[in-house]
Design a protein around this ligand. Sequence first.
Ligand code: BGP
Length: 471
Amino acid sequence: MTTQKLSFPENFWWGSAWSAEQAEGRGETGKAETVWERWYAEQPYRFYNRIDSSITTDHIHRYKEDVKLMKETGHNSFRVSISWARMFPEDGVGAVNPKAIAFYRDLFTEMNKAGIKVFANLYHFDMPAKLQDKGGWESREVVNAYVHFADTCFKEFGDLVFHWFTFNEPLGPILGSYLEDFHYPNLIDFKRGAQAAFFTILAHAKAIEAFKTHGLESKIGVILNLSPTFPRSQNPADVKAAEIADLFYTRSFLDPMVKGTFPSVLIDLLKTYDQLPDYCEEDLQTIHEHTAQILGLNYYEPRRVKARSCAVNPDSPFLPEWFFENHIMPGRRMNEYRGWEIYERGIYDLCMDIKENYGNIEAFISENGMGVANEERFMDETGQVIDDYRIEYIKDHLAYLWKAIEEGCNIKGYHLWTFIDCWSWINSYKNRYGLVSLDLPTQRRTIKKSGEFYKKLSDENGFEYEVDWLV
Ligand code: BGP
């Protein structure tokens, strides 16, 4: 075995990420109802242990203490999202909220004073409910309201933010709301989903267009959840199935948001099945002209695909699964708590794809992490979570990231999901991802063993690793 120090480029961004709805809590600033609050009010039984997003990690009250904890866990950068519902408490439109501006300005100032770069994301699944009633991302009116919100943020916070992001995982709400029943309003309707996806992409381009008028030094991009797609075998039927899955789940957003064009094979396929959204030439022009300047890559698991083994029921709703089945690879390693495969080499494959097919655009790992249930099992007598499994997970992924950088990938940083344990949508607080543990009843924060490891990693800008593993 050869042990070697894996060193990362100078000024590498070490940090983590979370989002407004998952960490802030409602607070007293005033905030419009979000789709998450609406859904909980209607169907509380869909949420693990019936925990809603009203308090979460109470960051709105504890942000000063939290910035100190960022420092203690080695952060030189951190991604937040700015809550649209808090900025525009009259249902996402109308007058901007001075209390929201004061909160974010104070938070970002504290972060900057501590030497922590602010990565600000504008949309992380948290649509104001009244705008959802108007059609959510299916509506041009909502696109315009979002662009106004984005423009307001550039104006109010532009001097404090290091890099901007239009969306986190824009595919997520499409899958959840229109194809797979895990986001409000829980429809199963591909064509409406395609419309919402198209307008999300248009909103991204229009926000970038607005950003350019502010003359800021920062960059603006998007954060995408990308899984490299692997066919079960080289059998042409499996390869074709994987190509189609990749079109639906990867190229659908990556191509227009980064290259400014849609994959023609995807357009043809949707046309054949009468699933194309409505759009006009001017939309395509806007999307073409205003693309991401920086790319965040959320990587959790690979996508493994095989050819379908049975015919599609013609009476079932049109879905991407009409063209493939998921493949369960014998021997795969799983994070059983979340049901996601752990495949660290996938981070390398993903970065190489961006290098080879997307102009090696400036990028960073914007999420990667391991959610574990009942972590109090691993507490020592002092109450610290001894999460060696998370340290191994981080090291194994970073080693492959290092290899990608060695081979020329333009990767500027690594952000873990997440900082302090936060609220995981319908899983609420079931799986814990943080470098810092949260005792929900008392809101007490305690740095985990992984938090101490992360500080050392960031201070030393690297770590010792058995490089023979890197195949
Ligand atoms: C990403 C989201 C995050 C976060 C993470 C972990 O897809 O951007 O918001 O939630 O996944 O997933 P989960 O919370 O569902 O376990």
